[in-house]
Design a protein around this ligand. Structure first.
Ligand code: MG
Length: 299
Protein backbone atom coordinates (compact mmCIF):
# COMPACT_ATOMS: atom_id res chain seq x y z
CA UNK A 1 0.00 0.00 0.00
CA UNK A 2 1.22 3.43 -0.88
CA UNK A 3 2.27 5.58 2.02
CA UNK A 4 2.61 2.69 4.46
CA UNK A 5 5.21 0.12 5.28
CA UNK A 6 3.84 -3.14 6.64
CA UNK A 7 6.49 -4.96 8.66
CA UNK A 8 4.15 -7.36 10.47
CA UNK A 9 0.89 -8.53 8.91
CA UNK A 10 -0.94 -7.55 12.14
CA UNK A 11 -0.44 -3.96 10.97
CA UNK A 12 -2.33 -4.40 7.69
CA UNK A 13 -5.86 -3.96 9.14
CA UNK A 14 -4.74 -0.86 11.07
CA UNK A 15 -4.46 1.24 7.89
CA UNK A 16 -6.97 2.06 5.13
CA UNK A 17 -5.95 1.93 1.49
CA UNK A 18 -8.38 4.71 0.60
CA UNK A 19 -7.40 7.07 3.45
CA UNK A 20 -4.56 9.27 2.21
CA UNK A 21 -2.07 11.26 4.22
CA UNK A 22 -3.54 14.77 4.09
CA UNK A 23 -1.48 17.92 4.50
CA UNK A 24 -3.45 20.32 6.71
CA UNK A 25 -0.89 23.12 6.88
CA UNK A 26 2.63 24.06 5.90
CA UNK A 27 5.19 26.85 6.28
CA UNK A 28 5.71 26.48 10.00
CA UNK A 29 9.15 26.48 11.58
CA UNK A 30 9.00 23.38 13.81
CA UNK A 31 5.81 21.74 14.99
CA UNK A 32 5.16 20.12 18.36
CA UNK A 33 2.53 19.58 21.03
CA UNK A 34 -0.57 18.41 19.13
CA UNK A 35 -3.68 18.03 21.32
CA UNK A 36 -7.26 17.43 20.18
CA UNK A 37 -10.26 19.33 21.56
CA UNK A 38 -13.22 17.21 20.44
CA UNK A 39 -15.69 19.65 21.96
CA UNK A 40 -14.46 22.28 19.48
CA UNK A 41 -13.44 19.82 16.71
CA UNK A 42 -10.11 21.64 16.84
CA UNK A 43 -6.48 20.65 17.07
CA UNK A 44 -4.09 22.85 19.03
CA UNK A 45 -0.38 22.56 18.26
CA UNK A 46 2.77 24.60 18.68
CA UNK A 47 4.97 26.29 16.11
CA UNK A 48 7.73 26.19 18.71
CA UNK A 49 10.53 28.44 17.36
CA UNK A 50 7.93 30.93 16.13
CA UNK A 51 6.71 31.25 19.72
CA UNK A 52 3.07 30.62 18.89
CA UNK A 53 0.33 28.11 19.53
CA UNK A 54 -1.73 27.31 16.45
CA UNK A 55 -5.22 25.92 15.98
CA UNK A 56 -6.62 23.87 13.12
CA UNK A 57 -10.21 22.92 12.33
CA UNK A 58 -11.85 21.58 9.18
CA UNK A 59 -13.98 24.71 9.03
CA UNK A 60 -11.35 27.33 9.75
CA UNK A 61 -8.08 25.79 8.63
CA UNK A 62 -4.93 26.81 10.49
CA UNK A 63 -4.64 30.06 12.40
CA UNK A 64 -2.88 31.50 15.44
CA UNK A 65 -4.46 30.53 18.77
CA UNK A 66 -1.96 32.23 21.09
CA UNK A 67 1.14 34.33 20.52
CA UNK A 68 3.48 34.55 22.28
CA UNK A 69 3.20 30.98 23.49
CA UNK A 70 6.23 31.25 25.81
CA UNK A 71 7.88 28.77 23.44
CA UNK A 72 5.40 26.05 24.33
CA UNK A 73 6.32 22.47 23.44
CA UNK A 74 4.40 19.32 24.50
CA UNK A 75 0.75 19.59 25.46
CA UNK A 76 -2.16 17.55 26.78
CA UNK A 77 -5.54 18.04 28.46
CA UNK A 78 -6.15 17.35 32.13
CA UNK A 79 -9.11 15.42 33.56
CA UNK A 80 -11.23 18.57 33.44
CA UNK A 81 -10.38 19.21 29.80
CA UNK A 82 -8.04 22.11 30.43
CA UNK A 83 -5.02 22.66 28.19
CA UNK A 84 -1.70 21.81 29.85
CA UNK A 85 1.42 23.16 28.09
CA UNK A 86 5.15 22.83 28.63
CA UNK A 87 6.92 26.19 28.30
CA UNK A 88 10.60 26.38 27.39
CA UNK A 89 10.90 30.13 27.82
CA UNK A 90 9.22 30.38 31.22
CA UNK A 91 10.65 27.01 32.28
CA UNK A 92 7.34 25.82 33.59
CA UNK A 93 4.15 23.84 33.06
CA UNK A 94 1.13 26.03 32.35
CA UNK A 95 -2.58 25.30 32.68
CA UNK A 96 -5.10 27.29 30.65
CA UNK A 97 -8.18 27.67 32.87
CA UNK A 98 -11.74 27.41 31.58
CA UNK A 99 -11.98 31.21 31.61
CA UNK A 100 -8.75 31.57 29.61
CA UNK A 101 -6.52 32.62 32.50
CA UNK A 102 -3.06 31.04 32.63
CA UNK A 103 -1.82 29.29 35.78
CA UNK A 104 1.73 28.11 36.33
CA UNK A 105 1.38 24.67 37.95
CA UNK A 106 5.10 23.82 38.20
CA UNK A 107 8.19 25.98 37.79
CA UNK A 108 10.53 25.00 40.61
CA UNK A 109 11.73 21.99 42.52
CA UNK A 110 13.15 22.57 46.00
CA UNK A 111 13.55 26.25 45.15
CA UNK A 112 15.48 25.72 41.92
CA UNK A 113 14.15 26.57 38.48
CA UNK A 114 13.01 23.75 36.23
CA UNK A 115 14.97 23.36 32.97
CA UNK A 116 12.64 23.36 29.97
CA UNK A 117 9.62 21.07 30.37
CA UNK A 118 9.29 19.11 27.14
CA UNK A 119 6.27 16.82 27.15
CA UNK A 120 3.38 16.10 29.45
CA UNK A 121 0.63 13.56 30.14
CA UNK A 122 -2.35 13.45 32.50
CA UNK A 123 -3.21 10.41 34.63
CA UNK A 124 -6.71 9.38 35.72
CA UNK A 125 -5.98 10.27 39.38
CA UNK A 126 -5.68 13.94 38.38
CA UNK A 127 -1.89 14.02 38.44
CA UNK A 128 0.23 15.53 35.65
CA UNK A 129 3.52 13.89 34.64
CA UNK A 130 6.16 15.70 32.59
CA UNK A 131 9.75 15.48 31.38
CA UNK A 132 12.30 18.23 32.08
CA UNK A 133 15.41 17.92 29.89
CA UNK A 134 17.90 20.70 29.14
CA UNK A 135 17.08 21.08 25.44
CA UNK A 136 15.25 24.41 25.68
CA UNK A 137 18.18 25.92 27.61
CA UNK A 138 20.79 24.86 25.08
CA UNK A 139 19.80 27.14 22.19
CA UNK A 140 18.05 30.46 21.73
CA UNK A 141 16.08 28.88 18.89
CA UNK A 142 13.70 26.96 21.13
CA UNK A 143 13.46 29.21 24.16
CA UNK A 144 16.63 30.83 25.41
CA UNK A 145 20.11 29.86 26.48
CA UNK A 146 20.53 29.58 30.22
CA UNK A 147 22.41 27.49 32.74
CA UNK A 148 20.44 24.60 34.18
CA UNK A 149 19.84 24.58 37.92
CA UNK A 150 18.57 21.00 38.05
CA UNK A 151 19.45 17.66 36.47
CA UNK A 152 17.26 16.22 33.72
CA UNK A 153 14.32 14.45 35.33
CA UNK A 154 10.76 13.26 35.03
CA UNK A 155 8.32 14.75 37.54
CA UNK A 156 4.79 14.20 38.82
CA UNK A 157 2.47 17.00 39.91
CA UNK A 158 -0.03 15.73 42.47
CA UNK A 159 -3.59 16.41 41.42
CA UNK A 160 -4.81 17.32 44.90
CA UNK A 161 -1.90 19.13 46.55
CA UNK A 162 -0.05 20.39 43.46
CA UNK A 163 3.19 19.10 45.02
CA UNK A 164 6.02 18.09 42.72
CA UNK A 165 7.83 14.77 43.15
CA UNK A 166 10.63 13.08 41.21
CA UNK A 167 9.51 10.17 39.01
CA UNK A 168 12.91 9.41 37.49
CA UNK A 169 16.39 10.91 37.38
CA UNK A 170 17.84 8.11 35.24
CA UNK A 171 17.59 9.96 31.92
CA UNK A 172 20.09 12.12 30.06
CA UNK A 173 17.32 13.60 27.94
CA UNK A 174 13.80 12.54 28.95
CA UNK A 175 11.41 13.48 26.16
CA UNK A 176 8.01 12.07 25.13
CA UNK A 177 6.01 10.00 27.61
CA UNK A 178 2.80 8.01 27.59
CA UNK A 179 0.87 5.64 29.86
CA UNK A 180 -0.44 2.30 28.64
CA UNK A 181 -4.27 2.35 28.39
CA UNK A 182 -4.67 0.74 31.83
CA UNK A 183 -1.94 3.00 33.30
CA UNK A 184 0.05 0.01 34.53
CA UNK A 185 3.01 1.01 32.36
CA UNK A 186 4.75 4.30 31.63
CA UNK A 187 6.77 4.68 28.44
CA UNK A 188 9.42 7.43 28.38
CA UNK A 189 11.67 8.40 25.49
CA UNK A 190 15.37 8.87 26.18
CA UNK A 191 16.77 11.17 23.50
CA UNK A 192 20.17 11.72 25.07
CA UNK A 193 22.41 14.71 25.43
CA UNK A 194 22.05 17.39 22.75
CA UNK A 195 25.16 17.72 20.55
CA UNK A 196 26.60 14.46 21.94
CA UNK A 197 28.36 12.47 19.19
CA UNK A 198 26.49 9.24 19.89
CA UNK A 199 23.54 9.96 22.17
CA UNK A 200 21.56 7.17 23.80
CA UNK A 201 18.16 7.23 22.11
CA UNK A 202 15.48 4.65 22.97
CA UNK A 203 12.03 4.23 24.43
CA UNK A 204 12.05 2.77 27.93
CA UNK A 205 9.13 1.20 29.75
CA UNK A 206 8.49 1.16 33.50
CA UNK A 207 5.96 -0.47 35.78
CA UNK A 208 3.74 2.01 37.56
CA UNK A 209 3.80 0.98 41.22
CA UNK A 210 0.61 0.01 43.03
CA UNK A 211 0.25 3.43 44.63
CA UNK A 212 0.21 4.99 41.18
CA UNK A 213 2.73 7.69 42.07
CA UNK A 214 6.10 6.05 41.35
CA UNK A 215 7.67 3.79 38.72
CA UNK A 216 10.15 0.92 38.82
CA UNK A 217 11.63 -2.00 36.84
CA UNK A 218 12.66 0.21 33.91
CA UNK A 219 13.99 -1.48 30.80
CA UNK A 220 14.67 -0.75 27.17
CA UNK A 221 11.44 -1.16 25.18
CA UNK A 222 12.31 -0.21 21.60
CA UNK A 223 14.82 1.77 19.60
CA UNK A 224 13.23 3.74 16.78
CA UNK A 225 15.18 3.85 13.53
CA UNK A 226 15.71 5.84 11.40
CA UNK A 227 15.81 8.84 13.69
CA UNK A 228 14.52 8.58 17.25
CA UNK A 229 11.35 8.66 19.30
CA UNK A 230 10.37 12.16 20.41
CA UNK A 231 6.62 12.19 21.15
CA UNK A 232 4.34 9.14 20.97
CA UNK A 233 0.84 7.93 21.90
CA UNK A 234 -0.90 4.64 22.67
CA UNK A 235 -3.89 3.32 20.79
CA UNK A 236 -6.71 1.59 22.68
CA UNK A 237 -4.96 -1.79 22.52
CA UNK A 238 -1.69 -0.46 23.86
CA UNK A 239 0.25 -0.26 20.61
CA UNK A 240 2.68 2.66 20.60
CA UNK A 241 2.53 5.12 17.70
CA UNK A 242 5.88 6.88 17.74
CA UNK A 243 7.54 9.74 15.93
CA UNK A 244 10.48 8.78 13.70
CA UNK A 245 12.61 10.31 10.94
CA UNK A 246 10.57 8.69 8.16
CA UNK A 247 7.07 8.92 9.62
CA UNK A 248 5.10 7.33 12.44
CA UNK A 249 6.07 3.85 13.61
CA UNK A 250 3.56 1.46 15.18
CA UNK A 251 5.18 -0.67 17.88
CA UNK A 252 3.43 -3.63 19.53
CA UNK A 253 3.37 -3.91 23.36
CA UNK A 254 6.00 -6.63 22.88
CA UNK A 255 8.37 -3.98 21.53
CA UNK A 256 8.27 -5.18 17.91
CA UNK A 257 7.88 -2.75 15.03
CA UNK A 258 4.65 -3.62 13.16
CA UNK A 259 4.48 -0.96 10.50
CA UNK A 260 4.87 2.66 9.50
CA UNK A 261 2.84 5.58 8.22
CA UNK A 262 5.37 7.28 5.97
CA UNK A 263 5.65 11.07 5.85
CA UNK A 264 7.72 13.38 3.63
CA UNK A 265 9.48 14.93 6.62
CA UNK A 266 10.65 14.01 10.10
CA UNK A 267 7.96 13.66 12.77
CA UNK A 268 8.35 15.21 16.24
CA UNK A 269 4.99 14.43 17.77
CA UNK A 270 1.47 13.17 17.07
CA UNK A 271 -1.94 12.64 18.64
CA UNK A 272 -5.21 10.87 18.00
CA UNK A 273 -8.33 12.96 17.44
CA UNK A 274 -11.31 13.44 15.21
CA UNK A 275 -14.92 12.32 15.68
CA UNK A 276 -14.06 8.72 16.61
CA UNK A 277 -10.56 9.38 17.96
CA UNK A 278 -9.26 7.44 14.97
CA UNK A 279 -7.62 10.26 13.04
CA UNK A 280 -3.89 10.62 13.61
CA UNK A 281 -2.61 14.23 13.60
CA UNK A 282 1.08 14.41 12.83
CA UNK A 283 3.51 17.26 13.50
CA UNK A 284 6.16 16.66 10.83
CA UNK A 285 8.81 19.38 10.91
CA UNK A 286 7.35 22.35 8.98
CA UNK A 287 4.01 20.73 8.07
CA UNK A 288 0.91 19.36 9.78
CA UNK A 289 -0.58 16.13 8.43
CA UNK A 290 -3.51 13.90 9.32
CA UNK A 291 -4.56 10.40 8.36
CA UNK A 292 -7.57 8.27 9.22
CA UNK A 293 -6.66 4.88 10.68
CA UNK A 294 -8.64 1.77 11.55
CA UNK A 295 -7.44 2.30 15.14
CA UNK A 296 -8.63 4.43 18.00
CA UNK A 297 -6.38 6.30 20.37
CA UNK A 298 -6.41 5.34 24.04
CA UNK A 299 -8.83 7.43 26.08
MG1 MG B 1 9.54 16.32 22.81
Amino acid sequence: MDGFEIVDRRFAPFVLDNAPLEKLGDGFRWLEGPVWFGDMQTLLFNDLPNNRTMQWSARGGASVFRSPSWFANGQTRDREGRLISCSHERRCVIRTEHNGALSVIADRFEGKKLNSPNDVVAKSDGSIWFTDPWYGLQTDYEGGKADPELPCRVYRIDGASGALSIVSDEFQGPNGLCFSPDESLLYIAETGLLFAPDPVQEIRVFQVDSGGTTISHGRRFHKVSPGFADGFRCDEDGNIWSSAADGVHCIAPSGDLMGKVLTPSRVANLTFGGRANSRLFICASQALYAIYLNRRGAR
